[in-house]
Design a protein around this ligand. Sequence first.
Ligand code: GUN
Length: 286
Amino acid sequence: MTAQLIDGNALSQLLRLQVSERIQQLKLQGVTAGLAVILVGDNPASQVYVRNKVKACEQTGIHSVLEKHDATMSEAALLERVAALNSDPRIHGILVQLPLPAHIDAQKVIEAIAPEKDVDGFHVASAGALMTGLPGYWPCTPHGCMKMLEHIGYNLRGKHAVVIGRSNIVGKPMALMLLQQNATVTICHSATPDLKAHTLQADVIVAAVGKRNVLTADMVKPGAVVLDVGMNRDDDGKLCGDVDFESVKQVASYITPVPGGVGPMTITMLLVNTLASAEKSLSTSS
Ligand code: GUN
C-alpha cells in the first residue's frame, strides 16, 4: 500500500479563500480584521515564521501590524505593548512569537494577552476552554491537524489515536481535540518505555516531538493515518519531519508530507482564529 498524501498547501489554499471571502464581508460591515505580531530578538526561524504570518494576512485581506523589538527589550516594556494592543479596537488578534529571550517570562506575557484576542490559543483561559469543551481559541497546529482529518472525512469515534509529544502548544491540546471527537487517546513522551508497543495499536498517529525518524514503518499498523508535526533538518540540511516519510508511506493509508503538510495549516488556522475574533467583535459591539 502507498499512502495518500494529505496536502496541507492545497487545503490551506481552500480554507484561506473562504477566510478572505468572509474578511471582505466583514469589511462591508465596517470591520477590518487586524492581527498584531510581536517579535522580540532575531531568532532566524522566528523571523521566517513571522514573515510568513504577515504575508498570509496580506493575502487574505487581514490588516497586520508587525512589531520587531530588540532582544534587550525588558519584560515590563513587552507587557506594556501587550496591554496597549489589548485595548486597541483595530486589533482582534495578538501573537507574541515564541521563543522569547531568556530574561522574559513567556508564560507571564501570554497571560497578559486578553483571552478574546489570544488567537494562538496559548492563554490558560483558552487551554481551560478547550479542556472543558467551552468556546475559545484552539492552538493553531493541532487545530490544523483536526482540519486535515475532517478534510479526508475521517471519523474518530472509537478510534485509537496516539500522540507522540506532550507540549502545551501541540501534544496536550491535540490529545484533547481527538478526545473531544470520541477517540481513545494515548499520549506518549520521552519517558514512555516502549513507544512502538503503543503506536502499533494506533489508527491515528500524531508525531510532535521535534526529532527525526521518531516513527518508522515497523511502528505503524497497516492503514493507519499519520500526521507529522515535526520541523527538522536532515543531514543535507533539507527540511524533514519526525516521521520516516519514505518508509511509513508504504504502510499508512494517509500521511502528511514535510514540507507542505501541517506547516501551512498552522498559519491558516491563525487566520481562521483572527477572522473569528473580528466577527465576534462585530456581534458584541452591536
Ligand atoms: N513559535 C513556534 N510556533 C509558534 C506559534 O504557533 N505561535 C507562537 N506565538 N510562537 C511560535
